[in-house]
Design a protein around this ligand. Structure first.
Ligand code: PEP
Ligand code: MG
Length: 563
């Protein structure tokens, strides 16, 4: 038995056989007829990739589908076979010819000055990996072709890989790298797959075929558990299932904190997330992360393509659907933007800061949103706002586009305009920002990293990256108070909204909306509905006076939640 620990990234308990995902290439034996073996392998890989692309698209993962389809076309391109043959003719062994082809083609792509094409280097490398596995006669240990339930262990899973995981077969996953607010963790939470990230020593302890248990709330991972440990985790799973069933009574029920209604919405990043949000009875969408539509693509999505996606989300609810304009940058670079050069991408050109350099991208998205607005209750939200001027500038563009679209004969419905509060300067200037917007939404993931100067991806700084830090809570309170003074709604859509203690604190501050991953909607509804409001108010002073996170976690309020 080996006990490991990391950061809980998606709640839930899992017990299953380990499947280690590595992308190394196998040793390929020389076939009798290399040319025909290659032709068969490339054709089979192309077909496999097309099938995976179809699966992704059926699950509403259109971005991942696009990447896989492009890879299928690469597999069919004679460039791969021709390069292998050239190396064979020059005297290389079959295995060496394949490795040299991979090096040669990835380097060739990387050297292309056009960032669109340079970004395909990894894709071509992955296609050749698949061809090698096919030629070796062994199944490729990837995350997407599972046939039985497993706990996946990997150094890191890409966002596209995570998006393709089949929640029916992935019992849970553990990675050596990544933090709980990284985008892979966000996807895991929205799919309801238990996950632990930043597990030091995972790959030296985990082996395919061994059994494991993990707890996505506590961050524990145990490889080859003894009987008592396995029984302990089975009991946790049973209690969790019981709690999940009892929370179902809040499904679709409106809840309030005292006399103040509390809206509990879902965060989504894809069409399949929207379905899950509807299934959990969420009070609408509090955050739709649209940057996933742009990642892993050669070209940004067109206006018409976006209109269709936004209409899909808007028409799924009678409630407000909050769609955030693209937040590209940080750990979400777009392949068609040349962003690899920034030293500190989280402090660089990200979110609203990209809009000046890419005005057409912004215009296309805003036009698509406005065209979709007649199909539901739309709220448009802008990420990474640091100053009131940035908010005013996007609002002005939106107003100008609305006039343009009406002139073109389009119908436009009413919509709200708001900003994310995730940079400390925006929280400090919430008073001045309030007249410009209809609502604020606090992004605690970034507000924490920028307030504490602690990179959200750096697992060594997890202790600082805590949204319950009094410094972060003070900025949330400032924002809530400014919103209340101006009669503007204030929500929280960062990960902290799904933590019952943080949700209670937000309710006490006067925040009126919480937006969480779909599987957590009813946990938060039940938390808010079952609070003793007088006791929460009485315990608030103690929290406001706290100087560190431990004091907050030890406070009367926490005892109240725990009981
Ligand atoms: C946040 O920063 O809290 C947030 C919700 O945005 P993202 O996690 O997409 O940066
Ligand atoms: Mg953010």
């Amino acid at each position: 038995m080996k006990s490991l620990s990391g950061a809980g990234a998606s709640p839930g308990v899992a017990a299953a056989t380990i499947n280690v995902i590595g992308h190394e290439r196998p040793e390929v034996p020389t076939p009798d007829d290399p040319a025909s073996a290659l032709a068969d392998a490339t054709a089979a890989v192309a077909a496999e990739l097309t099938e995976l692309s179809g699966t992704a698209s059926k699950r509403g993962q259109s971005e991942a589908a696009g990447v896989l389809e492009a890879q299928s076309l690469m597999a069919q391109d004679p460039m791969i076979v021709d390069t292998v043959v050239e190396h064979l003719d020059a005297g290389a062994s079959f295995n060496d010819a394949l490795n040299k082809t991979s090096d040669h083609l990835t380097e060739m792509f990387r050297a292309i000055p056009d960032p669109y094409l340079a970004a395909r280097a990894d894709d071509v490398g992955e296609v050749i990996d698949r061809i090698c596995w096919r030629l070796s006669g062994q199944p490729m240990p990837d995350a997407v072709s599972l046939t039985e339930p497993a706990i996946l262990c990997a150094r890191l899973l890409t966002a596209a890989e995570t998006a393709l995981l089949d929640p029916e077969l992935v019992a849970g996953f553990a990675t050596e790298e990544g933090g709980p607010t990284s985008h892979v963790s966000i996807i895991a939470r929205s799919m309801g797959v238990p996950a632990v990230v930043g597990v030091t020593g995972l790959l030296s302890g985990a082996e395919s075929g061994l059994s494991a248990v993990l707890d996505g709330s506590t961050g524990e991972v145990v490889v080859d558990p003894d009987e008592a440990t396995a029984a302990d985790f089975a009991e946790r799973a049973r209690r969790e299932e019981q709690a999940r069933l009892s929370m179902q009574k809040y499904r679709g029920v409106a809840v309030s904190f005292g006399d103040e209604p509390m809206t509990v919405c879902a965060n989504v990043g894809s069409a399949s997330d929207v379905e899950r949000a509807v299934a959990q009875g969420a009070d609408g969408i509090g955050l739709m992360r649209t940057e996933f539509l742009y990642m892993d693509r050669l070209e940004p999505p067109t206006e018409d393509e976006q209109v269709e996606i936004y209409i899909g989300a808007l028409s799924a609810f009678n409630h407000t659907v909050t769609i955030r304009t693209f937040d590209i940058g940080g750990d979400k670079p777009a392949k068609f933007m040349n962003m690899d050069t920034e030293e500190n991408p989280f402090l660089g050109v990200r979110g609203v800061r990209t809009y000046e350099a890419y005005p057409k991208l912004l215009r296309t998205q805003l036009r698509a949103l406005l065209r979709a607005s007649v199909h539901g209750k739309l709220a448009i939200m802008v990420p990474m706002i640091a100053t009131p001027a940035e908010a005013a500038s996007v609002k002005a563009t939106l107003e100008q586009l609305a006039v343009e679209l009406v002139d073109e004969g389009h119908e436009i419905g009413p919509f709200e305009f708001g900003v994310m509060i995730e940079v400390p300067s925006a929280a400090l200037l919430a008073e001045q920002m309030a007249p410009i917007v209809d609502f604020f939404s606090i992004g605690t993931n970034d507000l924490t990293q920028y307030t504490m100067a602690a990179d959200r991806m750096n697992t060594a700084l997890e202790h600082l990256h805590d949204p319950l830090h009094p410094a972060v809570l003070a900025l949330c309170r400032l924002t809530a108070e400014a919103g209340r003074r101006h009669g503007k709604s204030v929500s929280v859509c960062g990960l902290a909204a799904a933590d019952p203690l943080a949700a209670t604190l937000f309710a006490e501050m006067g925040i009126d909306k919480l937006s969480v991953a779909a599987p957590s909607v009813n946990l938060i509804k039940s938390t808010i509905a079952e609070l003793d409001v007088d006791q929460v108010r009485a315990g608030a002073a103690e929290v406001v006076a706290a100087g560190d996170v431990d004091e907050i976690r030890r406070s009367t309020l926490n005892t109240l939640i725990d009981s």
